[in-house]
Design a protein. Structure first.
Length: 88
């Protein structure tokens, strides 16, 4: 049985756990990717920036899992993966 890992808006982003400064970035994306991001923000109730921050936290979790020989995916129960996410 695995352990849950919470991806929060600050997960892996701020060293102290609280953001003290912000770095602004320009992000170029296709119109399709822009619609996808807007849809995720709308469905989740988060801002587009928050969706990106959460995605970065999940990506870091996936890389950490891969580097330690673990698997990362979606499971209907803690005992088995229904979908394994690969390519990290």
């Amino acid at each position: 049985m695995g352990f849950p890992h919470e991806a929060s808006l600050a997960s892996g982003i701020a060293i102290s756990g609280q953001a003290t400064a912000r770095i602004e970035r320009n992000l170029g994306m296709t119109p399709e990717a822009g619609r996808f991001l807007a849809d995720l923000a709308s469905r989740s109730g988060h801002s587009e920036g928050d969706v990106i921050r959460l995605a970065l936290g999940m990506f870091r979790t996936a890389l950490d899992a891969k580097e330690t020989g673990k698997h990362f995916g979606v499971a209907s129960s803690p005992e088995s993966l229904d979908i394994e996410l690969v390519g990290f």
